[in-house]
Structure formats: structure tokens, C-alpha cells
Design a protein around this ligand. Structure first.
Ligand SMILES: NC(=O)c1ccc[n+]([C@@H]2O[C@H](COP(=O)([O-])OP(=O)(O)OC[C@H]3O[C@@H](n4cnc5c(N)ncnc54)[C@H](O)[C@@H]3O)[C@@H](O)[C@H]2O)c1
Length: 397
């Protein structure tokens, strides 16, 4: 291991208040063996349960030739109906807990519940012996990251994080330029996610039936993966140190009183990576800019991703291809899935990758380790911002 990398155990020795590995015995005891059913072709058919009918109703499990949706669940009746219609599945459960208790025909679960519950819900599924794909972020604390890592090591089950930036088509292009060594040394990147007002008091997403949702006052750097995914998803490098500053709009009442004691609705981090490279990473819930975007700077190629604020595609340098537009990546999917529901065309690609990983019995490309490489730097960045920008080391999982 690179001696410059600080391990998760070293960090947790300093910070952890939780007991590690508490549930390993329970996991082994309750694990069930998945018996995938088979398609006519002889290939496995993955039986998936879907939890969460907001964002979770926008995926393509029902269209995949190797996948059957065998259960859907949401706490909200309207969302149960939505999931039932979307995935054409009549087996509806009133909660994830009930689905895990009663369902006998499920190999994997798509956990699309609210962010602060991801680790708990993923753990419940894996303790039942089920593979999991979850929405971002994988977790909110270092202790949760540690628990997920232990669970993965104990069970050997597959975990994937549904990070949409990974399959934005410009990110696929950048990843392939990197694999072809076109960038030369990719020494600096700027990655950013701007979603104005999402956690503010004025956002409808901050309330349900008059009650605050998890988004009310949510810290920007605890939602880092749309930004960090645009570096980790291209080069695979690990962020090792961070200094981050946060800003809170004094006119935003959600910052005065929220479940996270969070004073920021914009944060800007400067990361150092294990390759000694630099990455400037922004997550803003304020201002007027919108969208997810990156700029990658190499010694032979600079790639400016187009943005929803009107920034053009630009490829600069001796290794730049003569592109006016992106290549067509849609032919990498089964024909039933070639449509673009948003988030840069990523949803069918994420669905396809998770299903194929289970069919082929391999790790998904955004496996737990890579998911934590995208998630954990934000957790430490938020801590740095709370300490006025102090440079902190990032534990590796
Ligand atoms: N581009 C992206 O990757 C992207 C975009 C949007 C949302 N997300 C993520 O997806 C997740 C879901 O987002 P959302 O906007 O739908 O959030 P949401 O809060 O609107 O919906 C979460 C749903 O989970 C359900 N739920 C919670 N606990 C449950 C349980 N025990 N059993 C069954 N259902 C349960 C809730 O009833 C709710 O309908 C969030 O973590 C969010 O961060 C990612």
C-alpha cells in the first residue's frame, strides 16, 4: 500500500464512537443463498425488488432481458402505485422491512430511499443475503463507510452505487480518453454540481405534507458524488487530502436550524490525490448556476465538458480528436433500453451494469470501494469546512 495513504482504521481510531463489526455474526447467520432463475438462453435472470418510488421510479429494470422486477415498495401509497405502474409489478409491499421479511423471490434490491437512510437500508438488505444497488451517496459518516466495508468483506455480496455522472456520456468519453492515454498526465480537474435551492426553505423538495424532508438544510459536501464521480469515474485515483471552505447565505433560514447543524449551502474543496494531482470540487445549493460538469486538464489534452449553462464542448491539445459531437454509446445497451430519461443518459447504463455484474458474477464497475472513493472525500471535506478550511487527510476504504 502507498505509505502516504492514511487507512480507515487509523482515522477511525481517532474519530469513531461506534463498535465495528457488531453485526458480522448476525450476517453470516441470516444470509440466504440466492438461487437466480434462468432465462431460455440459459443466462441467469436477476429478480430485483425496488424500494423508493421517487427517483427510484426512473430506472430500467423491467426492460432488461436479464432482469425481473419481483417486488416494489414505498412508505407512500402514491409512490407504491407509481412503482407498480412503472415496473409492471403487482407484488407491492408497504415497506422495505416488510419486503425483506416476506419476499422469497428476490436476489437483489434497488435502494432508492432518502440519503441519510442508505447505509441502514443497504445493511438490512445485505444482512438478508441480497445484492444491492443504492442511490447516492453510499453513506454520510466514516463509521457508516466502515460498517459497509465490513459487511461487504463478510458477505461477499455485490454493492453498486448508482452514480449518474459515471455514465454521463461526456464522462464515458473522458474515461475512454484516459484509458487510451490521450490526456498525457491528467494533473488537474474541476468538477462541480450546482442545484440551486434544493435544500432551502423555499424548495418543495424540502417538505412533504408540511413536514421537513431530509433535504432541508442538507450539507452540500455530504452530497459530493456527482462532482467527485467526474474524477474518480475517469481516472480511478483516490483523494487523499482536502481543504474545503463553506459559505452559508445569511438570508437562508434553513441554515439556522436543521437536522445536520449545517451552516453551509455552498462548498468548494481542493483535493490532493494519490497521484499528487489537484482537483477543485464544488457543490452549490445557492446561486444561479445549474448542472453537473467537469473540465479535465492533461499535458496533451484539455477536455471542457459542455454544460447546462451554455458552455460549449471543447477539446484542446495535440491529442484532441476532431469531434464536433460525441460518439454514439447507445449501442452498448440492449435494444429495449436505448432511450434517455435524463441525467446525461445514465439511468439505462446503470441498470444494465448492475444486472450484468450479477449475471456474470463479477464486481460492478462502481463497486463499494469505488463508491466510497467518491463519497468519503466529501464527508472529510465537510469536516474541513466546519474547521475553517483545515487541511485534513482522507481515510481509504
Ligand atoms: N442524479 C442522481 O443520482 C439522483 C437524483 C435524484 C435523487 N437521487 C438520490 O436518490 C434518493 C431518492 O431520492 P428522492 O428524490 O426519490 O427522495 P425522496 O425522499 O423523495 O424519496 C425517498 C422515498 O423512499 C421511501 N422510503 C423511505 N424509507 C422506506 C422504507 N423503509 N420502505 C419503503 N420505502 C421507503 C419514502 O417513502 C420516499 O418515497 C436520494 O438519496 C437522492 O439523493 C439521486
Amino acid at each position: 500500500m502507498n505509505p502516504k495513504l492514511i487507512t480507515r482504521r487509523e482515522i477511525l481510531k481517532r474519530t469513531s464512537k461506534v463498535t465495528l463489526g457488531a453485526s458480522a455474526a448476525a450476517i453470516t447467520a441470516s444470509r440466504t443463498t440466492s438461487a437466480f432463475s434462468q432465462q431460455d438462453s440459459g443466462e441467469k435472470q436477476i429478480r430485483i425488488g425496488v424500494a423508493g418510488g421517487g427517483f427510484g421510479a426512473g430506472f430500467h429494470w423491467h426492460e432488461h432481458p436479464n432482469c425481473l422486477v419481483t417486488g416494489v415498495t414505498d412508505l407512500r401509497p402514491d409512490r407504491r402505485e407509481r412503482l407498480k405502474d412503472r415496473y409492471r409489478c403487482d407484488t407491492v409491499y408497504e415497506s422495505l422491512e416488510i419486503m425483506l421479511r416476506d419476499a422469497r423471490d428476490i436476489d437483489a434490491v434497488a435502494v432508492f430511499t432518502e440519503a441519510p437512510n442508505h447505509e441502514k437500508h443497504v445493511r438490512m438488505c445485505m444482512e438478508r443475503g441480497l445484492h444491492v444497488i443504492s442511490a447516492v451517496p453510499a453513506c454520510l459518516t466514516l463509521e457508516e463507510a466502515e460498517r459497509l466495508t465490513e459487511l461487504k468483506e463478510t458477505t461477499g455480496l455485490k454493492y453498486m452505487m448508482a452514480e449518474t455522472s459515471y455514465y454521463r456520456h461526456y464522462c464515458i468519453a473522458a474515461r475512454e480518453f484516459f484509458q487510451e492515454n490521450r490526456f498525457g498526465e491528467l494533473f488537474y480537474s474541476e468538477v462541480e454540481y450546482y442545484h440551486p435551492h434544493i435544500g432551502d426553505r423555499i424548495s418543495p423538495l424540502s417538505y412533504y405534507k408540511g413536514e421537513r424532508t431530509w433535504r432541508y438544510g442538507y450539507p452540500p459536501m455530504l452530497y459530493p458524488t456527482h462532482s467527485t464521480g467526474l474524477l474518480v469515474g475517469v481516472t480511478g485515483e483516490k483523494m487523499t487530502e482536502v481543504s474545503c471552505l463553506g459559505w452559508g447565505n445569511p438570508d437562508n433560514p434553513a441554515l439556522q436550524d436543521n437536522a445536520y447543524q449545517n451552516p453551509f449551502n455552498a462548498a468548494s474543496a481542493l483535493f490532493k490525490t494519490d497521484k499528487n494531482h489537484m482537483c477543485r470540487c464544488n457543490v452549490f445549493w445557492d446561486g444561479t448556476a445549474e448542472g453537473e460538469r467537469a473540465q479535465w486538464f492533461g499535458t496533451k489534452l484539455t477536455f471542457y465538458m459542455p454544460g447546462s449553462s451554455g458552455q460549449p464542448l471543447r477539446l484542446q491539445g495535440p491529442a484532441a480528436p476532431d469531434w464536433k459531437e460525441l460518439p454514439d454509446y447507445w449501442n452498448r445497451l440492449p435494444g429495449t433500453m436505448t432511450h434517455n430519461p435524463g441525467h446525461g443518459g445514465s439511468h439505462p447504463f446503470l441498470s444494465h451494469e448492475f444486472v450484468r455484474a450479477l449475471v456474470e458474477e463479477r464486481e460492478p464497475v462502481i463497486n463499494l470501494s469505488i463508491s466510497l472513493d467518491m463519497t468519503v472525500p466529501g464527508i472529510v471535506a465537510h469536516e474541513s469546512a466546519q474547521k475553517g478550511g483545515e487541511q485534513l487527510k482522507i481515510p481509504q476504504f
